[in-house]
Design a protein around this ligand. Structure first.
Ligand code: GDP
Length: 393
């Protein structure tokens, strides 16, 4: 599937930059065009791969290239004011060759948090192709303002996109790591998961054709209907053997069949990968029961993929989610691992979002109280007790 990716704000730009690197490394061809939008000049300069002519600085008249400082209302305002500049950059990309837009942002900050939903709304008005969002939730240790920003951005972003894919920094952070080093690893996890999903169906020249191929219409159908999505992923290493065939490190050469692989082992490996992917850490933790639609993508060397395994995995997902719309297919790749990526679309039982909203409301109330109190305190300080003094004007 070919995407036009627009990274809004610092996190958005860095993640899109990383997608370009993934595309190069894996030859997956999912990023047809990449644009970064920011109100902070330094963040745009810090990007590695997004072409310079596709880096759009907005809000210069208001913030002079210094960013909006976690004020997402200001982020939304300047995005609206300067939407033509973003559109100019989009005009230079061949949108007729693109299957969908993907607007990427960290929802806890200012520029992306406020601007990404504004851009999504604009794109939906102009184009007929789907507009998806990839929104990142802040860690719970980032504090009240980030949580409040994220809760408000989430509400707006979901409303404006055709589907919001969510990644929760909180469930992926590791203790004892620098923030920057931590983001490096987290961003790699993000592009791996979404890269395998969107890469399915993009069979390049000389690549093997899948037995039951996933094409972009299946991804689009899974995401249609809107709402919130999460992705599960699990992988297992397999090895190339010296004779040119492929042998699993785990099954060794003891299997039957021409290529030395035992069909039962292949099927079992797939079914257990599917379970691990669905029951392990999701990009947004949630209860999978009640998911409206799902897509299962099995990728790896084609010898390790079989229809029976995928069919079993698909059936199991139907039972676990209670969904009648579970699609599945394979994505042959020459990498020495077999992986299962599962897109769960239309999830509604998400305690993490309910907690985020609670903390956001508390932060909002606290901020209102503090504001009120400090207004009173200032008045008390400035006014003399008997009101004997007169201000100048
Ligand atoms: P903006 O530039 O004003 O849109 O704000 P940022 O994008 O800098 O930050 C918004 C939020 O995104 C932060 O609160 C973090 O939770 C998150 N964030 C920042 N940088 C990264 C990154 O590189 N990767 C990920 N996954 N999250 C990030």
């Amino acid at each position: 599937m070919k995407l036009a990716m627009i990274g809004f704000g610092q996190a958005g730009g860095k993640i899109v930059d990383r997608f370009l690197e993934y595309d190069d490394r894996t030859n997956s061809g999912i990023v047809r065009a990449a644009i970064a939008v920011n109100s902070a000049k330094a963040d745009l300069i810090g990007l590695d791969r997004i072409p310079e002519e596709n880096r759009v600085l907005i809000g210069q008249a208001r913030v002079k290239g210094h960013g909006v400082g976690a004020d997402n209302e200001l982020g939304a305002e300047i995005a609206e004011e300067d939407i033509d500049e973003v559109q100019n950059a989009i005009d230079s990309i061949p949108t007729h060759e693109v299957d969908a837009f993907l607007v990427v942002s960290g929802m806890g900050g200012g520029t992306g948090s406020g601007g990404a939903p504004v851009l999504a709304k604009h794109l939906k008005r102009i184009y007929t192709i789907p507009v998806y969002g990839l929104g990142v939730l802040p860690g719970t240790d980032e504090g009240g303002i980030y949580t409040l920003n994220a809760a408000r951005s989430f509400q707006t972003f979901v409303r404006e996109v055709d589907n919001l894919l969510v990644f929760d920094n909180d469930s992926w952070r590791q203790t004892g790591e620098s923030v920057e080093g931590g983001y490096e690893k987290i961003n790699e996890e993000i592009v791996k998961r979404f890269g395998v999903l969107f890469g399915a169906g993009e069979v390049g020249e000389g690549q093997e054709v899948a037995e039951s191929v996933v094409d972009s219409s299946e991804i689009i159908n899974t995401l249609s209907g809107g709402g919130v999505s999460t992705v599960g992923y699990a992988s297992e290493e397999v090895e190339l053997n010296t004779s040119g065939g492929l042998l699993s490190r785990f099954t060794g050469g003891d299997g039957g069949g021409d290529d030395g692989l035992d069909a039962a082992n292949t099927t079992n490996r797939i079914t257990s990968l599917v379970r691990k992917a669905a029951l392990g850490r999701l990009t947004l933790p949630c209860e999978i029961e009640g998911t409206e639609r799902a897509l299962l993508v099995l990728s790896g060397p084609s010898k390790y993929l079989n229809r029976k395994g995928i069919e079993r995995g698909r059936k199991w997902l139907e039972e676990e989610t209670g969904s009648m719309e579970v699609r599945g297919g394979d994505f042959p790749r020459g990498e020495p691992e077999v992986s299962a990526a599962i897109l769960l679309s239309g999830v509604t039982n998400v305690p993490r979002i309910k907690r985020l909203q609670q903390v956001a409301i508390e932060a909002q109330d606290n901020m209102d109280d503090i504001q009120e109190e400090s207004d009173e305190n200032l008045e008390e300080l400035v006014e003399d007790d008997e009101d004997e003094l007169e201000p100048l004007f």
